[in-house]
Ligand binder design. Structure first.
Ligand code: SAH
Length: 219
């Protein structure tokens, strides 16, 4: 008998296509659109939210955290201008969705993600494995420190808001590499920076709303 609570892959891929078609005018790079088309967001959201998985909206994922809206994942992915094979550091794995989108472009084994909450990290690993991205490396820890053992990275991004770009993240990105992060406390903006030999070229983009970064300097 047809069970309406079971996920129907055909419905979901149609819903995902519609979502990407709607977002497309705001997406610059075809790699970004293709990645969003490929990652089954419904697998990454809680069962109770699956009906909303292909709406362009943030959703709660437990531990007081949220999965970002698809347009925000798209904008950050565009801004990082990722190429296949680039080594990428993500701070804030959450449910693993954004890491999967990045993995679609650079390759799963090139994605290194740090999550503060152990239970979310565990959930993210399971979600990533379910969709074939088990080579994404997920570590529990405080992203303020970056991932020194895997540095340098070609690009890095934060999915939680910090008052300023953490120094260790800047240090761990190669010259010429890009960093995208929501920066600010009450009011946040998406900051996109390119590391140069003399410092950082910074651009401030539109207002955004992310959960605050926890840990050392931001508690
Ligand atoms: N990219 C995620 C969005 C996660 S929301 C997704 O696609 O689902 C932001 C995440 O940052 C939360 O899971 C939160 O626990 C995590 N976070 C907050 N402070 C952190 C820190 N200092 N280090 C690592 N992760 C942190």
């Amino acid at each position: 008998m047809f069970d309406r609570f079971r996920s129907d892959p055909e419905d979901e891929s149609a819903a995902r296509e519609r979502m990407v078609d709607q977002l497309k005018p705001r997406i610059d790079r075809s790699e970004t659109a293709e990645a969003l088309r490929s990652v089954p967001r419904h697998v990454f959201v809680p069962e109770s939210r699956r009906d909303s998985a292909y709406q362009d909206t943030p959703l709660p994922i437990g531990s007081g955290q949220t999965i970002s809206a698809p347009h925000m994942v798209a904008e950050m992915t565009d801004q990082l201008a990722l190429e296949p094979g680039a080594k990428v550091l993500e701070i804030g794995t959450g449910c693993g969705y954004h890491a999967a989108v990045t993995a679609e472009i650079v390759g799963a084994d090139q994605v290194y993600s740090i999550e503060y909450h152990a239970d979310l990290a565990e959930e993210a690993r399971a979600n990533l494995a379910e969709c074939g991205y088990e080579d994404v490396s997920v570590r529990v820890g405080d992203g303020h420190d970056g991932w020194p053992a895997e540095a340098p990275f070609d690009a890095a991004y934060l999915t939680c808001a910090a008052p300023e770009l953490p120094d260790s993240i800047i240090d761990q990105v190669k010259t010429g590499g890009r960093i995208a992060a929501p920066i600010g406390t009450n009011r946040q903006h998406l900051v996109v920076a390119t590391k140069t030999s003399s410092g950082l070229d910074r651009e401030t983009h539109g207002a955004v709303r992310f959960v605050p970064m926890k840990g050392s300097s931001a508690e």
